[in-house]
Write a protein that binds this ligand. Sequence first.
Ligand SMILES: Cc1ncc(COP(=O)(O)O)c(C=O)c1O
Length: 444
Amino acid sequence: MKIRNIVLSDYGKASSIPSPVNRMMTEFAVGFRDGIDINLGVGYVNEDTIPRQQIQVACTAVLSNPQKYRASLNYGGAQGSPNLIESIRRYHVDNRIGGITEKTFEKKEIVIGANGATSLLESITHVLPAGIVVTADPMYYIYCNDLERKGFIVVAIPEDDAGIQTDLLRAKLDQIGRGKENIQFFYVVTVNNPSCAILSNHRKRELVKIVTEHSYEVGRKIPLVFDNAYRELVHDRTVEPMESALCYDELGIVYEIGTLSKILAPGLRIGYLMGPKGAFVDSIIQRTSDIGFSAPLINQEIASYLLDNGIEKQIEKVNIGYQEKAKQVRTWIDDLLSANVQTCSGGSAGFYYYLTFSNIDTHSGSDFFKYLTRTTGKDDIDGPLHDPLPKVIYIPGEYCVHPHGEMVDIGKRQLRISYGFEELPQIYDALKLMRLAIAYCKEI
Ligand SMILES: Cc1ncc(COP(=O)(O)O)c(C=O)c1O
């Protein structure tokens, strides 16, 4: 008898096919040769920034103080460890992060995600009805891909050096007319991934204004979600300190998502959301319970200990390392690639540079990509099949720009390179190979 395969939901169907960027990264990872191939594609933090010893100390301290860190190897509550919530609150207030004071937290809640900031972002896709999400272009492709698989329509507004362009956003809102009713939330990454463009305080205030006006116009509060994944990694001291929009959000629509991944360790999987108390936050807490009760309690308590004991020093150390790398990599980009680079963003925060080439394609079908992944089909370029010449991977801009947005053409000439994970000598080698790849593109 014939039997049909398992019937998947629309989301299941969409998720059964890995996203193109996931496919590309997996293919690369499978044959990856340590010490030979160079991965400028991953968003991994630098291993040296992870405070292994302090984590060990924190773990011992937590386990040996069961009065404070109760049942730390047991299940945790869905909102998160009270110790960690208090540590996060205190970290913000004591350091006046973004201008936050005790008063800012009145009528606000802090909740810990089940699995980093990612799980909180994902939870939002479950508790809000599908509809339009407005974000910046280039966009955080991982989350935008998730949103689209869940049936959301992503509208991406081009950014410049100061982040999402609010005049273009206003124009877009006018243009979509009645469609505005269908906007479910705004999602803005304050140090954008891939571009590392820093959202200016002026633009941030504009955004709060626009979304507040928009909320009044449609007669309901529309959440404005700021993703602060790289907020602590603004390593260029000349940049204006980033304000928190929680400080001036009068209507109660601003939510900020933070993570300890970039300043401590992604493996702890600690992300948090801060925003007005209410049904939206309550539904996120319930969702955390639904997908795994809570983040591992032991990790939350370790994170709490680390926030209480020297986090400022740790952040400083991390930033010194990234700033040094940023400067060095920028010099090499200028030396090796500048003749072909039209724009280069990044270098002040996070650990990505986002380049636009003037006339070289970077997409996965391009000669540049094929050269660097040794898939040209030419022996002299690729090397022997069983032992190819060193490969380099990066994130092509085609995956970072919205496929139906205004940047689709320019995206084909863009790329994100990460200076987070690999060490400087490897990054230098990779950039030299990129130069050879450009020469190859011009030759053929
Ligand atoms: C913009 C952005 N948001 C969120 C995350 C993920 O954070 P977490 O590790 O806390 O899930 C990342 C990771 O690279 C990111 O780039």
